[in-house]
Ligand binder design. Structure first.
Ligand SMILES: Cc1cc2nc3c(=O)[nH]c(=O)nc-3n(C[C@H](O)[C@H](O)[C@H](O)COP(=O)(O)OP(=O)(O)OC[C@H]3O[C@@H](n4cnc5c(N)ncnc54)[C@H](O)[C@@H]3O)c2cc1C
Length: 513
């Protein structure tokens, strides 16, 4: 057992300020009988997985005085091609959680917006950061370095126990999750109990099915894969910006991950990528992708291919489908995924954690399973406007940015590229959604259809021909058929009218009830 605990933590569990806060709601726990193991437990919350979500949650709950036991399969520094660009909205959430120093000392790079490339033309689209402090911007980094910093920060709290182990099952009794069984590094099988278990075991979650609606596995879509390379000894054409190439068949991304390295992610549609082992991938990258790369990056791109460190990762998307379960909660990618084109995953996870933290704060007694369940149901509704907007944009933009033989889809793609170059609100609105600075559902819908109308207008002016009118009509249909199914899967009512949901309780409502 690797047990990391530090004496540097400032708050101890049950300190005076926490006791005052908790008393407000503690009456609710009367008359609830608890399983003996849970009642005697010295842990308030078990967290499964210490990735982005698990580490951030552990730290923030510990700061609120909770006793947290985190079980992570592998505590060594991850080496992955995921979660490398944190949007400015995510950075704001990091500040709210007190974790902003985790991007210091890891050679993270500030990101101020994107450069979009199409058919040799490029446009710069800056994040609308004017009204924020100068340090508010996106951050890009090595994912593993960021996660290690977050784990260290969580483990520095005296009331966090971070342990290496693989959780093998959830312990359930009479419909209530009471704890988990896990295997330690040495192969010992142990059980641990707590009134709340939060599962943050990532995109390939083993526990998603037990805590979601029965149809959850059919909701997981795999629209494409990313092929990752690291470019060295070169500069991005637009310094401190992400670069999105609207390539054929689908987008290519570049962004800095340190002061000397640039990540390249090549999207390959479908579930299969050319084989790396038999050289098909090298051939694909050199013949199909390389000719579409901006010339400033071309030779570094070719060198990266020759160097051979080619990584691949499946891109999954999955709307949240929770089945509210007393004593347990899913969070992060195990709960909800979206296409990584827009780099929204960590922002959604951190935003969810802020909501959970605020909801749990007044709940003194986590052993009150019915009250806890009510709070958790409310979480599923409160998160919807932000999470669904970021998710819907990711899915819709991926579809719009892919090349297509269909003339109306190509018009929509071109209209989107040109619309984002118009400046003012036309540029700021969509990029404020993407960056997580202002992710409002109505803004998303209005900009999405404004792009479509802009595309139709260009087709009809100055003189509409029957052919162009037909393409225009199909363009509107295409736009609708892209956005509405994603919104439907996300839940239109929760997204647009969360206050009409029976489970829409604010923290104040819950405290008063
Ligand atoms: C190719 C790609 C690129 C991406 N790029 C970005 C980006 O640029 N920006 C962005 O915001 N998002 C991005 N994302 C999404 C982002 O990576 C995720 O949203 C984020 O990592 C989710 O965090 P998580 O904590 O839920 O999962 P993870 O960070 O994957 O953490 C899960 C943790 O659980 C542990 N674990 C798993 N099973 C067990 C078990 N049984 N017992 C104990 N521990 C266990 C794992 O070891 C791991 O540490 C990308 C995704 C992909 C696929």
């Amino acid at each position: 057992v690797l047990f990391l605990q530090s004496s540097r933590g400032k708050k101890k569990s049950g300190d005076v300020s926490m006791k005052i806060q908790r008393n407000e709601c503690s009456k609710r726990s009367e008359n609830v009988t608890l399983p003996a193991e849970v009642a005697g437990s010295t842990t308030d919350i078990i967290i499964v997985g210490a990735g982005v979500a698990g580490s951030a949650l552990a730290y923030t709950l510990a700061m609120d005085g909770r006793r947290v036991h985190v079980i992570e399969r592998d505590l060594t520094e991850p080496d992955r091609i995921v979660g490398e660009l944190l949007q400015p909205g995510g950075y704001l959430k990091l500040i709210e959680l007190g974790l902003e120093d985790c991007v210091n000392t890891i050679d993270a790079q500030q990101v101020y917006g994107y450069a979009l490339y199409k058919d040799g033309k490029s446009n710069k689209v800056s994040y609308p950061l004017e009204n924020f402090n100068s340090d508010v911007a996106g951050r890009s980094f090595h994912n593993g370095r960021f996660i290690q910093r977050m784990r260290e920060k969580a483990a520095s709290q005296s009331n966090v126990r971070l342990e290496q182990g693989t959780v093998t099952s959830l312990i359930e009794e009479k419909g209530i999750i009471k704890g988990v069984t896990y295997k330690t590094k040495t192969g010992q099988e142990l059980t641990t109990y707590a009134p709340l278990t939060v599962v943050c075991d990532g995109c390939c979650s083993n526990f998603r099915r037990s805590l979601s609606k029965p149809n959850v596995s059919i909701l997981v879509e795999i629209p494409s894969c990313f092929v990752g390379l690291i470019l060295e000894n070169c500069e991005l054409p637009y310094k401190n910006h992400g670069h999105v190439i609207l390539a054929d068949p689908s987008p290519i991304l570049f962004y800095p991950i340190s002061s000397t390295e640039i990540r390249c992610l090549v999207d390959v549609p479908g579930q299969k990528v050319p084989s790396v082992n038999n050289g098909e991938m090298t051939n694909y990258l050199k013949t199909v992708v390389a000719p579409q790369i901006p010339r400033e990056l071309f030779s570094a791109f070719m060198s990266a291919i020759d160097k051979g460190n080619i990584r691949t990762m499946t891109n999954r998307s999955m709307p949240a489908a929770p089945s509210p379960t007393p004593g347990a909660l899913l969070l992060g990618d195990s709960f909800n995924m979206r296409h990584p084109l827009t780099g929204g995953g960590m922002t959604v996870a951190l935003s969810d954690i802020v909501i959970i933290r605020d909801l749990l704060r007044p709940l003194g007694d986590l052993n009150d399973a019915p009250a806890l369940c009510k709070y958790l149901k409310s979480f599923y509704t409160l998160r919807k406007p932000v999470a669904s907007t970021i998710n819907t944009l990711a899915g819709a933009l991926y579809k719009v940015f892919c090349a297509s033989p269909d003339p109306s889809r190509n018009e929509l793609r071109q209209a989107c590229f040109d619309y984002l170059s118009l400046g003012g609100g036309f540029t700021n609105g969509p990029i404020a959604i993407l960056s997580g600075l202002n992710p409002r559902p109505l803004s998303l819908i209005s900009h999405f259809f404004a792009v479509a109308i802009y595309g139709v207008g260009r087709l009809l002016l100055p003189f509409p021909s029957p052919k162009r009118m037909l393409i225009g009509a199909r363009l509107i249909l295409d736009a609708s058929s892209i956005i509405f199914p994603i919104m439907k899967a996300e839940g239109v009512r929760e997204m647009l009218f969360p206050a009409t949901m029976p489970t829409h309780y604010t923290v104040q409502d819950l405290c008063l009830s």
